[in-house]
Write a protein that binds this ligand. Sequence first.
Ligand code: ATP
Length: 357
Amino acid sequence: MNYNIAVIEGDGIGPEIVNAAIEVLKLAGKKYKANFVFKKAKAGGAAIDYLGTPLPKETIQICLESNSVLLGAVGGPKWDILPGNLRPEKALLGIRKELGLYANIRPAKLLPELKTACPLKKEVADAGFDMVIVRELTGGMYFGENGRKNGPYGPEAFDTECYSEMEVERIGIIAFELARARGKKLISIDKANVLESSRLWREVIHKLGANYPDVQLTDMLVDNAAMQLVKNPKQFDVVVTSNMFGDILSDEASQITGSIGLLPSASLGETKRGMYEPIHGSAPDIAGQDKANPIATILSAAMMMRLSFSQEEAAQYIENAVSRVLAKGMRTADIALPGESVLSCSQMIKEILDELK
Ligand code: ATP
């Protein structure tokens, strides 16, 4: 099979980690007879410096013509002084919109080799956890009507949480399908005891549930979910929630795995084309120092093989190589415990590539 991959290195550590993922994909492609054509495109700060805009038209075109997008990270202090619509992060919203990506999929798994990095109680870490958070990405309060006005006590501001049945249904289908392919347990998180939008969310998810009798559906209020994530994370398999709740809970879930340098993510829509990126940012504090952990981006490439190209074996081949390298005790600085020896980014990449060869 031939696949066109749009590659956006982005800023900070972006180029080093994305190039690691490209090398990994090439080796996986060789083994599983997939031929990749990588086309580089600029977005974020790099595009601002080069063309004066965070998301050039040419980049959108390259993404639209691709089978999937591999992204490093965008942003950095250099561009923080720019107005909102010219900031590097605007590129991400633009790509999601142009590609119709409304579902963000974030696995959060505690690798047995890294239990000691988990900040939770030892018995909770020993039990382990392996969940996937499905976050609605293009609706809710971040996109609802907002504004300012004068109220009886002076200036007021408002943001509106609004979901249509269509928006809840399409994210719900992605979550149910994922749950069906995993542990057949779906937890839908809302605030239906207070919010009307959550009551609609719950109704739609339950209606959909009738089509998935093999998936056990449970509702959980968001405040309880925030507690349960640190108390008993093992109970979560697939989680589906709104844009804002997902934003907060997926960061909480990533923190309990020990390091943001390890976690991949995917953004999906109606088609198989997705955008794959590590959950971390451009880490400007370590950019250009060969210190970054490339694993989150390498695992994002594995997710691309699984979710966009339906190449499950190739995805596992990549994931297993990463696990074996970690099992051997190889650590970059972000996941090393005091006293453990530390690999540079390029050394970690070499270890993983050697494991794949
Ligand atoms: P953003 O708002 O884009 O998420 P941020 O500065 O808040 O940016 P990150 O860029 O993710 O967040 O960086 C947070 C911290 O984590 C930094 O100290 C950074 O060096 C570290 N970090 C992030 N990614 C990695 C990585 N892949 N390897 C090692 N350390 C990382």
